[in-house]
Ligand binder design. Structure first.
Ligand code: 9MR
Length: 564
């Protein structure tokens, strides 16, 4: 067993909680030195086994280190080899890096060296003339948008949670988000957009092109099969828009309605166009409430249809965003017959995203001048609905906080959270904490959100920072075609690996190629930094979005002292 201390490899804000985990059960205190002196000596706060890793570890609380600087950890007079950084800008580079990654995922355009540095590349997938699956005579133009993940598909359903979460950064921290810059090309149509809205618009433009004249929305745009692992411009297989579904229409409607509120300040015409598109998609979905995606037998790309899909969460999500944008009674009626509940957020269920917005009831906050969305949300949800949403959200945050406190790693993960994309589940749990914090100002929630980001950045049994290009040890072989297909040693930076779990779908598919990392039997250890491990080491837009939210929100909160 290694006795390496496990902690956030990037750094801590001076006022943030600082947890260090050390495997084993030694009785020596942990001593902390700056360049000259011993500044702290602490005994373990607790000793125990995290059931998800099965190892005995000790937890140390170094929160008293508030002075900025670099600190060295010693035990039994031995330097433990790692320095701990306290920095007023601790997450700023991570915030920018995790958002910049969306630029690297852009389809249809070349990434110029001016913006992409050594990861510049030729344009892939113009998508200006794609086939309509099942309608051989028809071609449509659906350029732009982000590649979904390590593959070159573009999927509407997965945009739902992704675009929501990124727009939410702007809604929650507009002043901060307006000034955050990470060197991307300006949008030609609306050059004044801040970087965040400029990047999201690149995907919104593509999404708009996925709507048909009757309001329906194509489910996805992919080739028939996943292509080999080469650079985007080398993939010349025919591309198709495939299927039209209720969930695509509703994810689309929710994103467009929310975006219309935000972009109206910058370009009213564009905002109107999005709202119109959202309402048309809603009408289509109401008329076709059970059109779920069925994968044709000659297609093997992503499906984005959860088991037992019934469409209800997507209706709630779209209804909440459409109500915020229009105030129409019809959308409230949907919420009466299709009530909010505690289902957690992931691409397959957007219920809790609806809960966030109802619980915040932002027009309320606007009145008191607190909501930085800039008075965009003119309509208030009725009080009983708001009370219900607050109850759901606060119950959830309260229970998760208990999980965090009782876990030796101080990480809020439930047994069912160890699934494909577990790192994103963790980050979404972090967002639940922040939503709870905004409502209650309870610092325990803020700290629990921190502890989750610490987990992603190194406070984990594998001693890894799961974000490429950050920390002292991060993934080098992600399942990501652009990184595998360039001749650059380092993977594209700023992307978070899906994370550990015991599903082993990749081992089952390619037993000769993927060593069986699931034999460890512990979900928090079941991870492989290998290109073929698509189940643990792929990256995806819906996973990076909550990482970006956590990093930007914590940066905004600690630097601007917003929400505190
Ligand atoms: O994130 C998705 C996960 O929840 C599913 O279990 C898995 C299998 O259907 O698919 C994941 O999404 C992948 C998508 O289907 C295609 N692009 C890559 C995505 C990330 O692995």
């Amino acid at each position: 067993m290694s006795f390496t201390p496990l902690f956030n490899q990037i750094g801590f804000y001076p006022d943030a909680p600082k947890t260090v985990i050390i495997p084993g059960s030694s009785s020596f205190p942990l001593e902390v030195f700056d360049d000259c002196h011993r500044v702290l000596a602490v005994k373990p706060q607790a000793t125990g086994v995290w059931p998800y890793s099965g190892e005995m570890v000790q937890r140390f609380d170094l929160s008293h280190l508030k002075k900025t600087g670099t600190y060295y950890l010693y035990r039994d007079e031995k330097n433990l080899g790692l320095s701990l950084v306290v920095d007023k800008m601790a997450y700023q580079q991570l915030a920018k890096g995790s958002l910049k990654w969306f630029y690297y995922q852009r389809a249809s355009m070349a990434l110029e060296p001016e913006y992409a540095g050594k990861w510049s590349r030729a344009a892939g997938h113009k998508d200006d003339c794609v086939k309509v699956y099942g309608d051989p005579a028809r071609l449509i133009c659906a350029s732009k948008g982000w590649y979904d993940a390590g593959d070159y598909g573009k999927y509407i359903v997965n945009c739902g949670i992704t675009v929501f979460t990124l727009l939410q950064i702007f809604e929650d921290f507009p002043e901060y988000a307006k000034t955050l810059k990470w060197n991307i090309p300006r949008d030609e149509q609306i050059p004044s957009l801040p970087d965040l809205l400029c990047e999201i618009k690149y995907n919104l433009d593509w999404m708009l092109s996925m709507q048909d004249s009757d309001g329906s929305v194509f489910h996805k745009l992919t080739a028939l099969k996943f292509c080999p692992h080469y650079a985007p411009d080398l993939d010349t297989a025919d591309r198709y828009v495939i299927g039209k579904t209720t969930t695509a229409a509703l994810n689309f409607a929710g994103n467009m309605a929310q975006a219309s509120l935000i972009y109206s300040k910058y370009d009213e015409e564009y905002a109107k166009r999005m709202l119109l598109a959202a309402e048309k998609a809603w009408v289509w979905a109401k008329k076709h409430p059970t059109e779920f995606y069925r994968q044709p037998s000659d297609v093997n790309t992503g499906q984005y249809t959860p088991l037992g899909e019934n469409g209800k969460p997507s209706f709630k999500f779209a209804a909440v965003e459409l109500f915020r944008a229009t105030g129409k009674q019809e959308y409230l009626e949907e919420l009466n017959s299709n009530p909010l509940n505690e289902d957690p957020p992931w691409w397959g269920n957007l219920n809790l995203l609806a809960v966030y917005h109802v619980a915040r009831n932002e027009s309320d906050e606007n009145k008191s001048g607190k909501n930085k969305a800039g008075g965009h949300v003119p309509y208030k949800f009725p009080e009983p609905l708001v009370q219900k949403a607050r109850e759901i959200l606060l119950q959830k945050a309260y229970h998760l906080c208990d999980v965090s406190k009782n876990s030796i790693y101080h990480v809020a993960m439930n047994p069912e959270d160890w699934t494909w994309g577990s790192n994103a589940v963790a980050c979404n749990n972090g967002i639940i904490f922040l939503q709870g914090f905004y409502l209650t100002k309870n610092l325990e929630y803020l700290h629990a959100a921190h502890q989750i980001l610490d987990y992603i950045l190194g406070k984990n049994p594998l001693d890894i920072c799961y974000v490429t290009g950050f920390g002292k040890r991060s993934p080098l072989h992600p399942h990501h075609r652009p990184s595998e297909g360039d001749n650059i040693e380092e993977p594209v930076p700023g992307m978070m690996a899906g994370g550990p779990h015991l599903g082993g779908q990749d081992v089952k598919r390619e037993p000769d190629r993927v060593p069986d990392y699931t034999l460890c039997g512990k979900p928090a250890l079941a991870y492989l930094d290998h290109e073929a491990s698509f189940a643990t080491n792929e990256v995806a837009i819906n996973w990076n979005a909550p990482l970006a939210y956590l990093a930007t929100a914590l940066d905004a909160i600690y630097n601007l002292k917003t929400h505190t």
